[in-house]
Design a protein around this ligand. Sequence first.
Ligand code: GLC
Length: 720
Amino acid sequence: MPDLRKLLDKMTIEEKIGQLMQFSSDVFADDGADVTGPRAQYQLTEEDMARVGSILGTNSAETVIKLQKEHLEKDRNKIPLLFMRDVIYGYRTNFPIPLGFGCSFDPALVAECSEMAAKEAAASGIHVTFTPMVDYVRDARWGRVMESCGEEPLLNSRMGAAQVKAFQGEDLRDREHIASCVKHFAAYGGAEAGRDYNTVDLSEHTLREFYLPAYKACVDAGVKMLMPSFNSLNGIPSTGNQWLMKKILREEWGYDGLVISDWGAISELLKHGIAADERQAARMAFDCGCHIEMCSNAYHLHLEELIEEGAISEEQLDDAVMKVLELKEELGLFEDPFRGASSEKEQALFMSEAHRAIAKKAAAESAVLLKNEGVLPFSEEIKRIALIGPFADEKKALGIWKCNGQYDEVTTVREGFAAALPQVEILCAKGCGAEWNDSDDSGFAEAIEIAKKADAVVLCLGEPDDYAGEGNCRTDISLPGLQNRLAKEIAAVNSNTAAVLFNGRPLVLSRLAEAVPAILELWYPGNEGGHAAADLLLGRANPCGKVSMSFPKATGQCPIYYNRNNTGRPKKVEKEGIRTRYNSGYLDCGNLPLYPFGHGLSYSNFIYEDLTLSADSMESDGAIQAKITIYNDSDRAGKEVVQLYMRDLVASMVRPVQQLIDFKKVEFAPYERKEITFEIREPMLRFWNWDQKFISEPGEFQISTGCADHLLHTQTFELK
Ligand code: GLC
């Protein structure tokens, strides 16, 4: 184990600053000859390159080994490089996008997926993943909702912490684990109007109540790195925001790990108009505790002069560099700079049978049965099935953060059915495109023809997989193009029709829901989506997912979320089209979403028989048991996400009409009755009050089960 202090003491200032620089792998492929190449862009000499501390975005063990070898030959101090990547929902074997796996309400499942991703990434020489993204989201116009686990702080927190622990394991010397970096701190998901990188302006109360908890859960889970967000937060960009980066993160939360900027975010302080030049930007970011600069060169150009002028002390620099060296040491890189990465390992792990099985299970458990009016599951006796729509046989459905996922390794719905029912005749027609401006309906006739002939029809619809993710925001989040009309015309000729959806955000499904009797939300389901789709539609798997983010009735409802306040004039009547005046409603649409948070159907029939509380009052140091009795009145085994909601009826601040305070995923055998017990304790009742104290207040609380906007068996108790 190297003596890091000794190593640090012999490093020059340039070498120390080099450890705080990260560039993408293309910069290292650039021999510097091209005066417009990335190396020239960053003003990097050969000597500068030899001092760089980490590289972003390599995609194979071979590349990592080559770059590491070349680097160690050049680096006077023989300090190994760190290699970092966005392993968001799988490295090569992709599982569903986070907004999808959030619907599984299954941290253990997500941990299994993350462990798989860590193994594959580590085999490829990746040491750090920029995951989990735990940005709290309420506006589906924002493309990056796909990367989040949705609109519930508790769900985001549990899923984020599960990913951190799974990626990192108990000991980073274990070569099947890699370091985790939580992002984007903070409140990137609050971008105004759902427009990426846009202004975020939130009260401290809202920040602390909804937007910050999941980052803290990851800090408490021991995350090794954190990435500030691009956005300005209440007037100051996160990267240069002292309140956020020092008061909250360091002083209140006690985070003492590494911080890396987002791509170019330090330089973007100039565009925000918060720094007059790169020098000021460098100082601002460094003073906020941003250690590594990703893909910009403010530190490269200005840190040294800032230190020489005493604006930044060498102790501050040494502290930052020591954190980088310590992470490299924790990962065992000084002993083995290649950390066991190898092409052989990659080949053994990538899309292995075991990994595909995990991906398929995750795809099935992340799917949400939104609607089912007696159509699903299809009978296995069907002789002819029609698969219609732009995603019936579409391999391009992994989403833009697919990492090393390969489109040609995706199982489509057609392939899934061919494998599941080899004897069935499969008819396939695209019918129309999925682009927002697609207006060509010449494919309708063929689609209608095959629908007429089929025993069952699957409409495979959605939004192209580059319509979600970074920079991909939409002003209209309905099904793009002619898909709604196609659905209507297909369902008109065959009532045994179900729609499956491939998308990266909650879409507006009002017209689709009017047209078809069944809708199964698959999200971008990963490599095994086609197999999971066939299993779910044929009843070989029983849907158990629950909505992680509200599905609006209209884009105009965004932002829409379940944990809303009541207002002084709550809309009493949700009936569409009824003009109700003088309340917080719309003339042309209801207030409630089409499908609320926590909603999801099953092929089982779960009867919520009762909810009882062990007492009608509780001291602040006490506990109350909530017992929910559920009966599976069906011959199908199934899983149910049992949700526990609370409402604080009167408090010193307005409180949400419902808040999820716990959830458990429970398996039921056919005709099985179970009693599920939750423990309610005072900390679950707390909120951030006007003085920014996290407190509970005595008074009456309602406890319910069911799902948002469909609460069941509401009971009341008093907190003394
Ligand atoms: C991007 C994203 C961030 C990602 C980083 C590195 O701009 O905002 O989520 O981790 O760059 O790829």
